[in-house]
Design a protein around this ligand. Structure first.
Ligand SMILES: NC(=O)c1ccc[n+]([C@@H]2O[C@H](COP(=O)([O-])OP(=O)(O)OC[C@H]3O[C@@H](n4cnc5c(N)ncnc54)[C@H](O)[C@@H]3O)[C@@H](O)[C@H]2O)c1
Length: 441
């Protein structure tokens, strides 16, 4: 994936500058343990990306990380395979030192730290200090404890804006100049123009930033990019469906548009992002959308695991959102998101069409498979890569990029690019709300 991904980066995503490595680079060590080595010409599907296929991390200098948010994305949950600290532990081994955990919920932070300290990764967490705010952390920061990276997995309501308390990127780029940032998707829940303003500040500060659109790192996704690129294909159309399993999504905020912004901004953002990755920029003025709302006859769901009646009617999420748009090259995009399934596993699929080609990405979350139909042929080739872990790749690439420089490992989602995905998701939400309002009148 590495080289191929590096080329994909040049084509599709603004390059992230790694001009300011924050610690001494030890090339031999990094090269041996990188999942994403940069110098081979062709995409190599055999490069191991799963954690259990890596060489054990060697000893070395401490790598100090500040973690923002003691929740699911950073510490894991039953809902999915995400868990950034677990990947950091496996990438850095005994070098990992989590110096600070920032979370207003001391109880939650203390609980996850206790679990870590009761385990074999004690050395990474035994000196971790819990702070309620970034401000409190920065006030107490000693120069010798300067972090090598900050991993931001707080709710998006507290990020991507310019107003105090919601401007963590601004605070970090000003007060911890040059410290690389990993930031979860979506970049914000606030105004899109503010998120673009933050992107500009980040770019001007020359900070390394990686955003957590991990599906870009999947080998099957990289294979799709390779086929498009090597055959110089123009994408004609992309058709995507994202059908979630809602039964165990028990976070009230997720069901409340005033909190998490609804399922397109919060969740289908992963597919909107991939569609941009394959299809290029979207002409936002062309976005059209319909939704099935909670109070329409077809919108009743029998197993919602939260007291939805506590949410204001206007803030309850749609059950289905279906959108179409034009890409800048004229191609047509079509996305359907539905809150429809029970059980745990989502049903997700994306078809990318080009002259003679159909690239069908199936189940990228659980069991990624790529079906390829080529020109002049009716048959579908089936591609599966075992032991692929895109969450580990995004973590490993970020660390390699910090330690070894930009060419060591591509960061596939820059902040500015992620803001463009954010803008698309908001446009879909607005378009669906507009048609819903018009229909009710
Ligand atoms: N890439 C993925 O597949 C994926 C998966 C899960 C979550 N996420 C993203 O990760 C982010 C966090 O989601 P989550 O599921 O971990 O949420 P969560 O609710 O489980 O955890 C959020 C944590 O942040 C804390 N918090 C609240 N305000 C804070 C602040 N100002 N500063 C620091 N911490 C604060 C909360 O107390 C809580 O402990 C969201 O943007 C979500 O979309 C991404």
């Amino acid at each position: 994936m590495h080289t191929f991904a590096a080329r994909a980066l040049r084509l599709a995503v603004p390059r992230v500058s790694c001009a300011r490595p924050m610690m001494a680079v030890r090339p031999s060590m990094v090269a041996r343990y990188s999942t994403q080595q940069p110098t081979v010409d062709n995409f190599d599907p055999h490069v191991p990306t799963a954690m259990d296929k890596q060489q054990p991390p060697p000893p070395g200098d401490d790598f100090r990380v500040v973690i923002v948010g003691a929740g699911n994305i950073n510490f894991g949950s039953i809902e999915g395979p995400w868990n950034h600290t677990f990947r950091l532990e496996h990438k850095l081994g005994p070098r990992l030192k989590v110096t600070a955990l920032i979370d207003p919920s001391h109880e939650r932070a203390a609980k996850v730290l206790k679990t870590k300290c009761d385990s074999f990764v004690l050395s990474a967490y035994k000196d971790t200090v819990i702070y309620p705010t970034m401000e409190a952390y920065l006030e107490s920061l000693k120069p010798e404890q300067h972090p090598h990276a900050v991993w931001v997995g707080s709710p998006p309501a507290y990020r991507g804006r310019t107003e105090p308390g919601r401007n963590i990127e601004e605070v970090l780029t000003q007060r911890l100049r040059g410290v690389p940032l990993f930031i979860e998707k979506p970049v914000s829940t606030g105004p899109v123009d503010q998120a673009f303003a933050v992107a500009k500040e980040i770019k001007e500060s020359n900070t390394i930033v990686s955003v957590g659109y991990m599906l870009r790192y999947l080998k099957v996704v990289q294979k799709m990019k390779q086929i498009l690129e090597e055959n110089k294909l123009q994408v004609l159309g992309i058709n995507a469906r994202y059908i979630m399993a809602y039964e165990h999504t028990a976070k009230l905020d997720w069901w409340d548009k005033s909190r998490d912004c609804g399922p397109i901004v919060e969740q289908a953002t992963h597919f909107c992002d991939l569609m941009r990755y394959f299809g290029g920029e979207v002409d936002l003025d062309t976005v059209l959308a319909h939704s099935l709302e909670y109070d329409e006859p077809a919108g009743k769901l029998s197993r919602i695991p939260v007291p939805e009646d506590q949410i204001k009617p206007e803030d309850r999420i749609p059950r289905v959102t279906s959108a179409t748009w034009k890409f800048a090259n004229g191609a047509v995009g079509s996305l359907t998101h539905a809150v429809a399934l029970q059980g745990y596993q989502y049903s997700t699929e994306m078809d990318v069409y080009a002259d003679g080609y159909q690239l069908r990405l199936v189940d990228p979350y659980n069991n990624p498979v790529l079906y390829i139909r080529r020109p002049g042929d009716d048959h579908e080739e089936v591609v599966r890569y075992s032991n692929d872990d895109p969450f580990f790749s995004e973590v490993a690439n970020m660390i390699d990029c910090i330690e070894k420089g930009a060419n060591a490992a591509p960061i596939l989602s820059s902040y500015e690019d992620a803001v463009r995905t954010y803008a698309l998701t908001w446009k879909i939400r607005w378009a669906s709300e507009e048609t819903a309002r018009a229909r009710r009148q």
